[in-house]
Design a protein around this ligand. Structure first.
Ligand code: KG4
Ligand code: ZN
Length: 339
């Protein structure tokens, strides 16, 4: 089954063709990062307009590169939530038109379920159940992936997401948007013990976490140093900060895994590209004797293939939509009938 996957929830227009949820036949991405960088973050109106300009041509390119004809497309899957509402709407409307014109089913896909499905593309042998650490620009969750379309949230952030935290501190350090990857690069040359950072523990669910205190601590340190006329050792600040973020995530991921009794741990989302987190997870998983799934960097960020992959499993579960499908800025990752 060839599925056309469409993603437009933030600042990447992406279209892909994936066969049977696992085999990527094409994966085309048009990033808008260069435009938004001028403003230091994503400007929603500009994002929507760029998606409109790009999506049709990108879909044609994805179909051509896949080596299939339009008639060989069996369904259209699209991110319908969550994201910037105007941006998501562009993808949803395009997908509706495409599904209608092709006479094939329309499959709504939750963006974060798509991120998790990136692991199915990278690891053909991976099947649920497994535990997934989801770390993206807007989400930080420990997800019990019981089945392809049946999940439970075991814990997560109560305030900022991991990606937001990286981007915010990177911005204060003067790094271009989105700063997560730049901060990660800078951290390579730093001393992770130079600046002590808080590792906050919350009351209640031990798998819940809070990043706002850590983020504020780092930003205060930068501002205080500037006021005192002291120079910050940027690589060491980045390394200390990354270590703290990782320390908040990795032990909890191991704890969540133990709680489920699974021996498979996957990671998903843009922040899954972070080298500190990848390194710490690798070490801890090895110590605990669990199988770790680290998708390649190309599958960590937003892409259309992950949407097409998850779309396949949503289709098998009967989760298809009609032409009344709407876009949503927020929506739980936990399944529900869409229409
Ligand atoms: O999953 P994603 O592409 O978009 C959302 O669904 O939100 O994640 C984007 C986030 C941004 O915050 C970006 O700075 C962060 O992922 N990111 C990183 C790295 N690469 C991307 N954060 C830390 N280290 C990285 N290497
Ligand atoms: Zn994403």
């Amino acid at each position: 089954m060839n599925i056309l996957g469409i993603e437009s929830s933030c600042d990447e227009t992406a279209v892909a063709v994936v066969r049977d949820g696992r085999e990527v036949r094409s994966d085309c991405i048009a990033s808008q990062v260069d435009i938004h960088r001028i403003y230091g973050g994503v400007v929603p109106e500009i994002a929507s307009r760029k998606h409109i300009e790009t999506i049709y041509g990108l879909a044609e390119q994805a179909i051509e590169r896949a080596g299939v004809t339009r008639k060989e497309l069996d369904a259209v899957a699209v991110t319908y939530a969550p994201g910037l509402i105007g941006a998501v709407l562009v993808g949803v409307n395009f997908a509706k038109a495409a599904a209608y014109a092709l006479g094939v089913p329309l499959i709504p896909v939750h963006h974060i379920r798509g991120h998790i499905a990136a692991n199915y593309l990278a690891f053909p042998e991976l099947e649920p159940p497994f535990l997934c650490l989801v770390v993206s620009g807007g989400h930080t969750l420990f997800v019990d992936v019981k089945d392809y379309t049946h999940m439970e949230i075991l814990g997560g952030t109560r305030d900022d997401a991991a990606g937001e935290c990286f981007d915010k501190v990177a911005r204060v350090l003067g790094m271009p948007y989105p700063g997560g990857a730049a901060l990660d690069r800078a951290a390579q040359a730093g001393d992770d013990r130079r600046y002590p950072m808080p590792r906050v523990k919350l009351e209640g669910n031990p798998l819940d976490l809070s990043f706002s205190g850590l983020k504020t601590a780092a930003i205060n340190l930068i501002h205080t140093s500037a006021q005192r006329g002291e120079e910050v050792d940027v690589p060491s600040l980045c390394a200390s900060y990354s270590a703290a973020v990782s320390d908040m995530l990795v032990p909890r991921a191991m704890q969540a895994l133990a709680q489920t009794g699974y021996d498979k741990l996957a990671i998903a989302g843009g922040v899954a590209a972070n080298s500190r987190i990848r390194g710490d997870l690798t070490r801890r998983a090895e110590e605990a004797g669990v199988k770790l799934y680290l998708p390649p960097l190309s599958l960590c960020g937003d892409n259309g293939a992950m949407i097409a992959s998850q779309g396949y499993y949503e289709y098998l579960a009967g989760n298809v939509a009609d032409m009344t499908l709407n876009a949503y800025a927020t929506k739980s990752i936990l399944g529900e009938k869409i229409s």
